[in-house]
Design a protein around this ligand. Structure first.
Ligand SMILES: Nc1ncnc2c1ncn2[C@@H]1O[C@H](COP(=O)(O)OP(=O)(O)OP(=O)(O)O)[C@@H](O)[C@H]1O
Length: 577
């Protein structure tokens, strides 16, 4: 069926240009020169999408955005004067699907129209019950939980997926921010493009520019080949800036420019390349507070945080614990190829529902992995969970919510009842407005997670994030190193002293000692340093029985940084043992 569009602009020539472009794309269009004319057309006819200027002779296009997005799912995009980013952001907040700047660039207009048509195809089947649409099924299969707080959150995700607006995901560590970011991408018109997640906190600052924008061969020492940046990799898709609060200020300026201009310049190149990406970002930190403290740029905050989606803690949705546990046990059974899928006894399930999950869903998953490893039967009972016995007060209603982080639920530590997602997951996003943090930063303590699971070697960009779990290594860690797997830090501190001395012994002589007669590395500094780094990491890992949390402590770095260095340097226990 022929697609139809309503074009609203008072500039006759521009309307003609847009109409010609649409006709070439096989789209029939009507043109309205005023707001009232547009309203008339909209009431009389049905359109697949609308494109409106913001400045109209009898009012603002924002009114049309509000009316159309408030009453239908039809995508509406706005045309803004060059540089009026504030208005574009306001339109996105009001529900506009996307915006295009004047003077109109036809490739950008065509791209916007193609995305709008993909949105209109979604959920087109009028026969399908809402819960049976492919989008809803995908959402329900990947974002587990149907508690009171999750249902409105899921509806919001479906709406956000249809838009191109930048979304900022806030919430404590392990609440599922990356799961949601992937879903927004996979449910969006960009789903055929790449989803490129990047852990901003794990990229060494000196490599940031090259990682984000790429480099040309020979543009600096060590640039031995052309390298594509993350922006270019995400072209046509979504760039997910995880741990965005950890971006150094100097890089924040460069990112802002790239996001605003929608162009990037590769290091060593002279030309700017246009990129078409949607930005999603996340952090467990209070970004508004960092803006106030001057460590995060207000303009970048404003740009990436057009819409905020706040994820609830697991303690705020305890009803979801049984269904999440069943989901993870099924995943574990599949990944570990277990003959009989494990299941929880009623007592174990009840114990989990009373646990204070400082590490949220990630902690639940890790806890179950450990329990399955320790249990010798498929029935996971309370003693396999490795949790302390409950006191009588723990079992009182709401005792755990109140005990969370030692504070009762307040406006700053919301729970599901006081903060339904419909109202609170979408927050007003002015930097001057305070965001209420769900948790203090203590919630991020990696020690709260019983077992840190390694990531696999993959062909992903080294600083892309990765949330997969690898059972063979987990099992090996728990079985072979029970002490370290449970976090025996005393032992770690003692062995730490040996790090410097054993490092020499662990070195692969060809790689790290290949110094030429002039006393310089024969294969170049970069190669030499990487070999050194690799050997030090392997030494620390061996000393801690491949417990990465402890190895990171020995090396004076963070767990995440170590994990990403391991991926970058392709350090894998299975390969080395
Ligand atoms: N609702 C959910 N349904 C299924 N799995 C979930 C859900 N929420 C989180 N998970 C799982 O929990 C783990 C942590 O999720 P994720 O990495 O998305 O959290 P995060 O909030 O991004 O954490 P961080 O701030 O530490 O990066 C992953 O294994 C993820 O698959």
């Amino acid at each position: 069926m022929t697609k139809t569009a309503l074009v609203v602009d008072d500039e006759v020539d521009l309307c003609r240009l847009m109409q010609i472009t649409l006709t070439k794309m096989g789209i029939k269009s009507d043109v309205a020169y005023t707001l009232s004319q547009a309203r008339g057309y909209w009431q009389e006819r049905e359109y697949d999408f609308c494109l409106t200027d913001l400045k109209l002779p009898d009012g603002s296009g924002l009114e049309l955005v509000k009316e159309i997005s408030g009453s239908t799912n039809t995508p509406i995009a706005v045309i803004t004067a060059h540089g009026s980013m504030d208005l574009a952001i306001e339109a996105l907040k009001l529900g506009a699907f996307d915006f295009v700047n004047k003077p109109l660039e036809l490739p950008r207009l065509r791209q916007l129209v193609e995305n709008a048509l993909k949105v209109t195809h979604q959920g087109d089947d009028p026969e399908a019950a809402p819960e049976c649409t492919p989008e809803q099924k995908l959402l329900d299969s990947r974002l587990i939980g149907d508690s009171a707080v999750m249902l409105p959150l899921k509806n919001t995700i479906l709406k956000l997926a249809r838009s191109q607006a930048p979304v900022f995901l806030s919430g404590a560590s392990g609440t599922g921010k990356e799961v949601v970011a992937r879903l927004i991408h996979d449910l969006s018109p960009r789903r055929d493009g790449s989803f490129v997640p990047v852990n901003c906190g794990a990229i060494p600052s000196e490599l940031m520019e090259s990682e984000f924008f790429g480099h040309k061969k020979g543009s600096f020492t060590g640039a031995v080949a052309d390298k594509q940046g993350l922006f270019q990799q995400a072209n046509g898709g979504t760039l997910f800036l995880d741990e965005v609060a950890d971006l150094p200020l100097a890089m924040q300026v460069k990112l802002l420019r790239a996001i605003q201009e929608k162009t990037v310049r590769t290091i060593g190149d002279t030309k700017e390349i246009p990129v078409d990406i949607r930005i999603l970002s996340a952090t467990h930190k209070d970004l508004a507070q960092l803006v106030q403290a001057g460590t995060f740029r207000q303009d970048l905050y404003y740009r990436i945080n057009v819409i905020e989606l706040k994820l609830p803690t697991l303690n705020a949705r305890r009803d979801d614990i049984p269904v999440l546990a069943t989901h993870f046990l099924a995943l574990i059974a599949e990944e570990w190829q277990l003959e009989t899928p494990p299941s929880l006894t009623a007592a174990a399930c009840e114990r989990l529902q009373h646990h204070d999950f400082a590490g949220n869903v990630r902690e639940l998953r890790n806890l179950l992995e450990r329990a399955v490893t320790l249990a010798e039967t498929p029935n996971i009972d309370i003693n396999h969970l490795g949790l302390p016995a409950l006191t009588p007060t723990d079992t009182e209603p709401h005792a755990v919510n109140a005990a969370t982080q030692g504070t009762a639920p307040t406006a700053e530590t919301p729970d599901a009842h006081t903060h339904p997602a419909s109202a609170d997951t979408l927050l007003p996003n002015s930097p001057s407005e305070q965001m209420a943090p769900i948790y203090s930063s203590a919630a991020r303590d990696d020690k709260s997670q019983p077992i840190q699971t390694p990531t696999s070697a993959s062909n992903l960009h080294p600083y892309r994030t990765h949330t997969q779990h690898y059972p063979s290594v987990i099992k090996g860690a728990a079985a072979n190193h029970p002490k370290t797997a449970q976090g025996d830090s005393a032992e770690t501190i003692n062995t730490a002293k040996g790090l410097a001395s054993t490092h020499q012994a662990a070195q692969a002589p060809n790689e790290t000692t290949n110094i030429n007669e002039a006393g310089l590395p024969a294969q170049g500094l970069e190669h030499y340093l990487q070999a050194q780094e690799k050997q030090l990491i392997i030494t620390a890992l061996k000393q801690t029985g491949w417990n990465k949390t402890q190895a990171a402590e020995l090396l004076g770095t963070t767990f995440r940084s170590l994990r990403y260095r391991m991926k970058k340097l392709e350090i894998d226990e299975d390969q080395l043992e």
